[in-house]
Ligand binder design. Structure first.
Ligand code: G3P
Ligand code: CA
Length: 248
């Protein structure tokens, strides 16, 4: 029988396969399903509040229209973030990052905070996010990730103890291990489509651990297990949890 290694189950935008993404409902249900970590996305409102939402516009996930950066928080939180679920779930507001942190301080979960600065660069979002983590005593229960690796370097400068992961799309980086080590990134966060035996071996040489997205199929999960990845970021954390626990 194959020797099994532990893998972290990371709930992508919370339990987004079954609940409205990036809402308190999706985060609470991810913890109920015993995920190890929660991944979420942060941006800034017009009045500088750190909020939890994936897109730069509110159109896809809510009943509103427009850019997150053009909303005051008091108006943003009136939007219904469960709009696309056609009544399956009750009204959900877009959480402030503070609301999330107040709750996260009470549950045994690590948070992977994606700084969404790849399209809109939100000035000082790294400092504002760290200030909130300090306020709620969460500095040891988080990591940062971003497609904008300058944001990771900034976060490292502000809070060197918080690990960071370099997000990368389907094409990957040829010498990702060298790159992450050079810039002090503890983790590499590629799409699973970006990986192959050579890439995994190169990362191992440089001591860089992998958290891989978006893993919703068990064939991909098996493949990633065999490569020894640290964590799988999934829209269906309960499915991954059951599958992994079945190895014991
Ligand atoms: O953390 C992995 C994943 O969240 C990256 O893509 O677009 O879902 O934020 P996206
Ligand atoms: Ca994300």
């Amino acid at each position: 029988m194959k020797e099994r290694k532990e893998m972290k189950v990371v709930a992508h935008r919370g339990y987004s396969g079954c609940y409205p993404e990036n809402t308190m409902l999706s985060f609470q249900n991810a913890v109920k399903q015993h995920c190890d970590e929660i991944e979420l996305d942060v941006q800034l409102t017009k009045d500088g509040k750190v909020v939890v939402i994936h897109d730069e516009k509110v159109d896809r996930t809510t009943d509103g229209t427009g850019n997150v950066r053009d909303f005051l928080f008091k108006d943003l939180e009136k939007l219904n973030a469960s709009n696309v679920w056609n009544g399956k779930h009750p009204f959900q507001h877009i959480p402030s990052f503070e609301e999330y942190c107040e709750w996260a301080a009470t549950v045994p979960v690590v948070t992977n905070i994606e700084l969404k600065t790849g399209i809109v660069y939100y000035e000082d979002i790294e400092q504002k996010t760290v200030d909130i983590l300090e306020k709620y005593g969460l500095m040891k229960k988080v990591m940062f990730s971003s497609f904008n690796h300058c944001s990771l370097i900034t976060a490292k400068r502000i809070a060197p103890s918080i690990p960071v992961g370099a997000l990368i799309g389907d094409t990957g980086i040829v010498n990702a291990g060298f790159y992450c080590e050079k810039y002090g990134f503890e983790y590499y966060h590629p799409s699973y489509k970006a990986l192959n035996d050579v890439a995994v071996a190169e990362l191992k040489v440089h001591g860089i651990e992998l958290n891989v997205w978006t893993v919703n199929g068990m064939a991909e999960l098996e493949m990633l297990h065999d490569w020894g990845v640290r964590g799988v970021i999934s829209n269906y954390p309960s499915v991954c949890r059951h599958y992994i626990d079945g190895w014991k």
